[in-house]
Design a protein around this ligand. Structure first.
Ligand SMILES: Cc1cc2nc3c(=O)[nH]c(=O)nc-3n(C[C@H](O)[C@H](O)[C@H](O)COP(=O)(O)O)c2cc1C
Length: 165
């Protein structure tokens, strides 16, 4: 049983979750940023992590997964500025089943991640009231993912791994 944890991060939030998952999983394992990972070959289970950027799954992430998903056990983890369970998340991610088509999608973990100050400044200055409203989420996201979220990510890692053993 060999596991890959691969992720994209810009400000470290998704990396924090990636490392928590990586620490928790048993057996042979590797952790790599997506930019340093070439494919899923040789892995029985792959955790793929990303931040939501501009109301989307980053294009390089969906491309990498869809090119490599065939026949693989896959689990996603993501961080986003909005609180967990925020209604729009589903429309932003679309169908992660489609991204992992041809593979076996075992589960998805999501948690809030602190929003970079330059993004908050940009939202704050926007003329669009919806964008301005997002800026108000900044204080609530500060310090996320916190220790409680890290623990939840570890539980997720264990649950997913149990599904393939
Ligand atoms: C350019 C940019 C766009 C973002 N767009 C969204 C968004 O559409 N929805 C959201 O909930 N969070 C958004 N965020 C917040 C990030 O998803 C969140 O801060 C995430 O935890 C960052 O992860 P990272 O530190 O691993 O890069 C955005 C952040 C950046 C920098």
């Amino acid at each position: 049983m060999k596991t890959l944890v691969t992720y994209m991060t810009q400000t470290g939030n998704t990396q924090r979750i990636a490392e928590a998952i990586f620490d928790e999983i048993a057996g042979e394992k590797d952790i790599k940023e997506i930019k340093d990972a070439s494919n899923f070959e040789g892995y029985d289970l792959v955790f793929v992590g990303f931040p939501i950027l501009q109301f989307n799954v980053p294009a390089n992430v969906s491309k990498f997964v869809s090119e490599n998903a065939a026949g693989k056990n896959i689990a996603f983890f993501m961080t986003h500025g909005v609180p967990e369970g925020f209604e729009a998340i589903k429309s932003w991610t679309g169908s992660l089943e489609d991204v992992a088509a041809g593979g076996n999608l075992l589960g998805t973990f999501e948690c809030q991640g602190e929003i970079a100050q330059n993004v908050l400044d940009m939202l704050e200055k926007s003329d669009d009231p919806e964008m301005k409203a997002f800026a108000e989420l900044g204080p609530g996201a500060k310090g996320q993912p916190d220790e409680a979220h890290v623990q939840k990510a570890k539980e997720f890692a264990k649950e997913i791994q149990a599904k393939v053993q």
